[in-house]
Design a protein around this ligand. Structure first.
Ligand SMILES: Cc1ncc(COP(=O)(O)O)c(C=O)c1O
Length: 438
């Protein structure tokens, strides 16, 4: 039995007593939305606090608590909650009207900026989400190769219909998927043969726990795809923030197709897939392409204007490199606190994306997380929330550019305090003698 389990209920009670308004709204929300929300990952236990407003790196809940936001909308909020140039671009776009049902200029500016950044992207198409971008990339690869099979990494998350984890009943799009183990260089040869249309991989597994791919592994996938004629697809929905050209530019491994999402349109609804011109031209009738690509909101004026502004003025190489460096520094400091605590905890990540695990490291593949302690994770979440720090229930954090060094100091102090409280509480529990019978 976990020495942390009995500490969870009191933490939930304290959380509930401090958030009566959130509780009331959750009860109301559940009448009309299953679980009281419309995005499963937001369903934290015992109920989610409800957000009233957010500015910069701060979130305010309806019960009057302020949190420093270390979650950054699961990486979509890279620019913080209200970057002025994005707001100005959106207001200007709205002044020109919306729902055009036709092509316009901002989508060209945005597409030029995307193609100018990522080594693998000659041409790009926009979607409404990362899920959609990945579904389109899979179908495009099947069309291009005339093959059906898609190789994915065990435990990967590529979207609402592309979840290869083991918890719950995942809703999986009905493709011919084959799983392989992440970072298994030898496994690449066995898994990828001439029946494979595409290999889809994140250069760092995000949802599975911020586990970076080795360069050697990505290079082995590249080589094996070249040998077999399969397309290599990098899902850089999360990781594209690691440099102006994503992880592919940082590591020098170039896929055939790349998918994007999250922060890249300044926090507005977004997804994109792009890659080699000869592959993408399947969507160009003038080039003999026969594929169609629907989507009422693909070029919606808000996203296109916000994206062009974000890539033009805000997401500069300098900003992304500084964010990467700040994230690396924070990871080192967190690792030191966790090691000092003696608790079974570790951290993995890359740059500004990281996950605190409740298992001793090293964590090189999702299978290394099999013995994670869910109760310790739950406790950590509540101890940090209580100290005004917001992160994901699974220990995931995505720094935004609004996070300062001072915010990082506050995080490290809160973490040190939280683990000390957990050590004391669980240690006293471990040494407690059983009550005498009778
Ligand atoms: C790596 C990765 N791919 C795809 C997706 C799906 O993106 P969206 O939520 O926009 O559908 C996510 C979302 O978390 C993701 O992390």
């Amino acid at each position: 039995m976990s020495p942390f389990e009995h500490l969870v209920a009191p933490a939930h009670d304290r959380y509930t007593s401090l958030r009566p308004r959130s509780f009331e709204l959750w009860e109301r929300a559940r009448q009309v939305m299953p679980g009281g929300s419309t995005r499963s990952v937001l369903d934290i236990a015992p109920f989610p606090f409800r957000i009233a407003s957010a500015h910069g790196s701060r979130i305010l809940d309806v019960d009057g608590h302020e949190y420093i936001d270390f979650l950054g909308d699961y990486s979509a909020g890279l620019l913080g909650h209200d970057p002025t140039p994005v707001a100005a671009a959106v207001h200007a776009a709205l002044d020109r009207g919306w729902s055009f049902g036709g092509v316009h200029v901002d989508e060209i500016r945005f597409a030029e900026a995307v193609c100018g950044r990522f080594p693998s992207i000659d041409k790009v198409r926009f979607t409404n989400s990362g899920t959609e971008a990945n579904l389109m990339a899979i179908q495009l690869a099947r069309h291009h190769t005339g093959r059906d099979r898609i190789v994915v990494m065990d435990a990967a998350y590529h979207g609402g219909l592309l979840y290869f984890g083991h918890g719950g009943d995942a809703l999986l799009a009905p493709f011919d998927f084959v799983r392989m183990q992440f970072n298994d260089v030898d496994g690449a040869v066995a898994a990828i043969d001439a029946s494979v249309a595409a290999v889809m991989v994140e250069p760092m597994m995000g949802g599975a726990g911020c586990i970076p791919a080795t360069r050697e592994f990505l290079a082995a996938l590249r080589t094996r795809c070249d040998e077999t004629g399969a397309l290599l697809v990098f899902d850089e929905v999360m990781t594209s923030r690691m440099s102006a050209g994503g992880v592919q530019a940082r590591l020098g491994v170039t896929p055939d197709l790349t998918t994007l999402g999250k922060y890249l349109a300044g926090g507005m609804t977004f997804g994109a897939f792009g890659g080699r011109a000869d592959v993408m031209d399947a969507f160009d009738p003038a080039a003999g392409g026969t594929l169609t690509h629907g989507g009422t909101f693909n070029n919606n004026v808000v996203t296109m204007a916000a994206g062009a502004a974000a890539l033009g003025e805000l997401l500069t190489p300098e900003v992304l490199d500084a964010l990467y460096a700040r994230g690396e520094r924070l990871q080192e400091r967190i690792a030191a606190v966790l090691a000092e605590s003696g608790l079974p905890m570790s951290i993995t990540g890359m740059g500004s994306l990281m996950t605190i695990h409740t298992v001793n490291g090293p964590v090189r593949s999702p299978s290394d997380l099999a013995d994670s302690d869910p109760h310790l994770k739950e406790l950590l979440l509540h101890e940090l929330l209580h100290r005004g720090i917001y992160l994901a229930a699974r220990g995931y954090m995505a720094l935004s550019a609004a996070i300062t060094d001072d915010d990082c100091d506050r995080f490290v102090d809160a973490l040190a305090d939280a683990v000390a409280v957990i050590v004391t509480a669980s240690g006293s529990a471990a040494s407690r003698s059983p009550a005498p019978a009778g």
